[in-house]
Design a protein around this ligand. Structure first.
Ligand code: SF4
Length: 445
């Protein structure tokens, strides 16, 4: 297996360990990325201090005001550097207290027992959170509350049984022709409802290093049925460009591979990561697809629009993945604003997931009927391009199972009765005896 000299035994995202404004903390066993580099990989970007060379990036008025208020020593160029954003993640309650007026439920979670997943929010995403309202949708998705410690029937640490379907470390092989390839446990911002909260953050037992990557690639090489690889984690786009390129190079040497996909939330929580250099590199490894994790229409900022525009201009088909979350995005109007906004930034709504029953997730989960109601509220009321597929990832490793509202209303003799999006009843001729269609004209063979 060829290897790049920079790819040391261990892998970590770029970033320094302390930051200005007292909002970050030195890397600690609890909060640093799981594995640390013996030798840091070279960065594709210049070191801090020469950031004026970076290409310009759109900055909203809200982001600018936030930077000036809470990171007064940071320059605009630093703010627009994804490495600065990662290095200055808000990961301690004291840092969060400076930015938000914490509720009792939030404070109890932040200062109480160790959470299943560390707190982590990029300064960029923190700027989108409402300072006063603990029920603010984006705030609820990334700030822990005491409900995380409640346990409900059916919840599990690994509800999808991914560990069970793992023939090699880092690989989940569940479906016949494709594998999930987990390449890192690190995310720039940790979502409180994360299906992989068991590995995201600083957890022991899930090392991501060169040996693991090579072992996973060898598994794909010796499994000819695999034609499609989804790079995920953690967030693969928190790796340096060279690491991502190394992975793509190794994968594209495998003759039976037909497509590679990347699953990421970076364009949403760390849009600065989508640099022209990254896009130029990714463009060399088509067919490459990308699934981007969106939660709420308030995430559709000028920065995110620019990131998606760059990826789309690099020829990467973009799809969205959204988890249905109680009190966050479980209203038809909210979801409609999200999916219609996604089309405007060239992202095709792909999946709407029922929230997985991870430990302590009951405050996020909605009844399944809520998801069906949302699909009913979208289908026909807006273009089909905007309507995602609503799925439940079946606990125990059953895979994604699509759920659809019932549009077939029954039969009346040889007619199928159908209900349209407005509730009107329509007939379609569908004889019970297919033989009665035998006299239809046929195309010449
Ligand atoms: S970005 Fe994805 S992997 Fe990372 S914490 Fe959020 S849901 Fe989990």
């Amino acid at each position: 297996m060829p290897s790049a000299s920079w790819l040391s035994e261990d892998i970590e995202p770029p970033g320094r360990e302390t930051g200005p404004a007292g909002l970050t903390q030195p890397a600690s066993p609890q909060t640093s990325p799981r594995v640390k580099s013996a030798v840091s990989p070279p960065s594709p970007l210049p070191p801090f201090g020469v950031l004026h060379a970076l290409p310009r990036f759109r900055v909203s008025a809200r982001s600018k005001a936030f930077r000036i208020r809470f990171f007064p020593s940071a320059t605009a160029a630093e703010w627009n550097d994804w490495r600065w954003q990662i290095a200055n993640r808000i990961s301690r309650p004291e840092g969060l207290e400076r930015i938000l007026r914490l509720s009792e439920r939030e404070r109890a979670a932040l200062y109480g027992q160790a959470s299943s997943m560390p707190l982590a929010v990029t300064p960029y995403y923190a700027a989108l959170l409402d300072r006063e309202d603990p029920c603010h949708p984006l705030r609820r998705s990334v700030i822990p509350v005491a409900d995380e410690y409640l346990r409900s029937p059916g919840e599990a640490e690994d509800p999808l049984g991914e560990e069970h379907d793992s023939p090699a470390p880092g690989i989940v092989h569940r479906y016949p022709d494709r594998v999930l390839f987990l390449v890192t446990s690190f995310c720039s911002t940790n979502c409180r409802y994360c299906t992989r909260s068991r590995i995201v953050g600083d957890k022991s037992g899930h090392p991501f290093n060169r040996a693991q990557w090579e072992g996973a690639i060898q598994y794909i090489e010796r499994t000819p049925s695999v034609r499609d690889v989804l790079l995920s984690g953690g967030d693969p786009l928190t790796l340096p460009d060279e690491a991502i390129e190394w992975l793509l190079q190794q994968l594209w040497r495998i003759p039976h591979l037909e497509i590679v996909r990347i699953g990421t939330k970076a364009p949403v929580v760390l849009p600065q990561r989508v640099t022209p250099a990254l896009c130029r590199m990714l463009k060399r490894y088509h067919p490459l697809w990308m699934s981007i994790h969106f939660t709420h229409p308030e995430e559709l900022t000028p920065e995110v629009a620019q990131a998606c525009e760059r990826l789309a201009d690099a020829g990467i088909p973009l799809g969205s993945q959204t988890v249905l979350l109680a009190g966050i995005n479980d209203e038809i109007e909210t979801m409609k604003r999200l999916v219609q906004g996604l089309l405007k930034i060239r992202v095709r709504p792909y999946y709407l997931y029922q929230c997985d029953p991870i430990l302590g997730s009951s405050h996020f989960r909605t009844p399944v009927e809520k998801g069906l109601e949302i699909i009913r509220g979208l289908r026909g009321h807006t273009t089909g391009y905007a309507v995602p597929v609503y799925v439940i990832d079946a606990p125990g490793g059953g895979g994604k199972i699509p759920l659809l509202p019932e549009y077939a209303a029954g039969r009346d003799g040889d007619d199928l009765l159908l209900r349209n999006y407005e509730g009107g009843l329509f007939r379609y001729p569908d004889p019970l005896d297919p033989g009665s269609l035998a006299n239809r004209p046929r195309a010449a063979s």
